[in-house]
Design a binder for this molecule. Structure first.
Ligand code: 5AD
Ligand code: SF4
Length: 479
């Protein structure tokens, strides 16, 4: 028997097994609804990155199949699930804060179930704290066994005891979990899991494990299914999409995968993230330039502009390498927009290093940036580095960084004023249902007045006002 079949069979069996738990909980919840006239509700919170947001769509899909209905009001939920993040300390503090509040909630609602999962749960120190101080939590699992939620919940309901199930490594990828999509017309698809890069500040490789790519045919099947459901825009997700497929039994490049996804009828826009600058291949740049459905927008995290700091970060490129790469990409795709991740306050960062970061910001001309203050993560090499930068210095640099970024983004958007662009209308504004929001191919966020029938459509919008992080426009109607 081939290794491939060995992998597939248990995963399918596992899916069937979980389905049995789903059916059993559904029966209990249906009986409860019949008896009380009230359906049980779940509150789901995804913290951190797009991976987590996407994982939560699967958790929510499973909970819905178990007969729970979603609520935005935590204080009326029977089932509360936090998909946690540990990339920065703030995200962890937020979870502990919420757990404090939940202690009271649980006193008033002893039958409510509290579940915690995701990256934070992969750390022993967190589990210890939970066991000692937060014993009102009911179900705890990690990043490798998300699909086991139904079984763990059933065990909790039967035993009345807290259930901990944390795996230290990946075992099998269970495909085809039910999922609730947050948007009807756009969707994310995981193409790989984990990360092998070990940037010296980052906890992700320790909590999400080694890099694993999904089979291209599984990805394609999922994209085709989404397209049949009406999805027009796909975001391909991975910590480092540029190394997609390298470790598959039949290796394939990310560029080839893009070509395959490009063939899927009904999909009109393709985006992807994240690209590590060290692995961005010429093949990928050429493929992006060639394929019309692949959006001319690239997320290329720089982290720092100082070659010395980049080396300490274990990023495997210098400031010059990065800027040359930007030049190469712009030459191949002149209208491309770039976004990035930038960190301030990495250990040992001096004023001159920070000035190099500002210099890259000015030269790279980013249209968006995710900015972070370095957060010490126990277990990473950077946590034990000397010269941690004092907080007030970091804060002052951070605000200068934002100023420089804002200037650049504002200037970039100023050039778009008066242009008519095609916007993929995604949803109506939360404040005003007559205002729709959407994005251009270049990922510019646009707000414009239009009818809700435009949602899910590609519509022409004339850009009239520049609000730095987004633009206001007028829907152009056909003459
Ligand atoms: N502190 C601050 N930011 C971090 N990131 C990753 N680890 C840390 C950390 N310890 C940022 C990086 C990465 C993004 C997802 O999160 O910029 O690209
Ligand atoms: Fe973290 Fe670096 Fe991997 Fe990104 S590439 S997840 S920053 S280790």
């Amino acid at each position: 028997m081939s290794i491939e079949r060995n992998n597939v069979l248990p995963a399918q069996k596992e899916l069937e097994r979980q389905q049995e738990f789903i059916d059993s909980i559904r029966k209990q919840n249906d009986a409860y609804a019949k008896e009380t006239g009230r359906q049980k509700k779940f509150y789901s919170l995804a913290m951190g990155c797009q991976m987590n947001a996407h994982d939560s769509e699967k958790l929510e899909g499973m909970l819905t199949e178990m007969g729970y209905v979603a609520t935005q009001e935590e204080s009326e939920a029977d089932m509360i699930i936090y998909n946690t993040c540990c990339v920065r300390e703030n995200a962890e503090l937020k979870v502990y804060g919420k757990l404090g509040w939940l202690k009271h909630y649980k006193k008033e609602h002893p039958d409510a179930i509290i579940a915690l999962c995701g990256c934070m749960m992969q750390q022993d120190s967190v589990l210890q704290t939970l066991r000692q101080k937060y014993r009102h939590v009911d179900v705890v699992f990690g990043t490798f066994n998300l699909y086991k939620l139904p079984e763990l919940l059933q065990t909790r309901l039967e035993s009345g005891r807290t259930v901990y199930d944390i795996w230290q490594e990946h075992r099998e990828t269970v495909e085809d979990l039910p999922q609730i999509r947050h948007f009807p017309y756009k969707a994310s698809v995981n193409i790989m899991f984990g990360c092998n890069n070990f940037c010296s500040y980052c906890i992700v490789p320790y909590v999400r494990g080694r890099e694993r790519s999904r089979q291209p045919q599984d990805i394609l099947q999922e994209v085709k299914k989404l397209s049949a459901d009406g999805v027009k825009e796909i975001m391909l997700l991975g910590q480092n999409v540029n190394s997609y497929g390298k470790t598959l039994e039949e290796p394939i490049s990310f560029a080839k995968l893009l070509r395959m996804v490009h063939e899927v009828e009904g999909i009109e826009r393709i985006r992807f993230m994240t690209s590590h600058p060290k692995d961005l291949s010429d093949e990928l740049i050429e493929t992006m330039a060639e394929l019309p459905k692949v959006c001319n927008n690239l997320h290329l995290p720089v982290q720092s502009g100082s070659s010395r700091i980049l080396q300490e970060m274990n990023r495997h490129y210098s400031k010059e390498d990065y800027l040359l790469l930007v030049e190469k990409v712009r030459k191949a795709i002149p209208d491309i927009t770039l976004s990035t991740d930038i960190m301030v306050g990495f250990p040992g960062e001096e004023e001159e290093d920070f000035l190099e970061t500002l210099d890259v910001v000015k030269k790279a001309d980013y249209s968006t940036a995710f900015t972070f203050i370095y957060s010490k993560r126990t277990g990473t090499p950077a946590a034990v580095m000397e010269n941690q930068v004092p907080e007030e210095v970091v804060k002052e640099r951070f605000s200068r960084l934002l100023e420089t970024l804002d200037d650049g983004i504002h200037r970039l958007h100023e050039k778009l004023l008066g242009q008519t662009v095609i916007v993929f209308a995604e949803e109506c504004s939360k404040q005003d249902s007559h205002i729709l929001t959407g994005r251009t191919e270049h990922n510019t966020l646009v707000h414009f007045a239009a009818d809700q029938t435009d949602i899910g459509q590609f519509v022409p919008v004339k850009l009239t006002e520049n609000k730095t992080y987004y633009m206001i426009g007028e829907r152009v109607t056909g003459e």
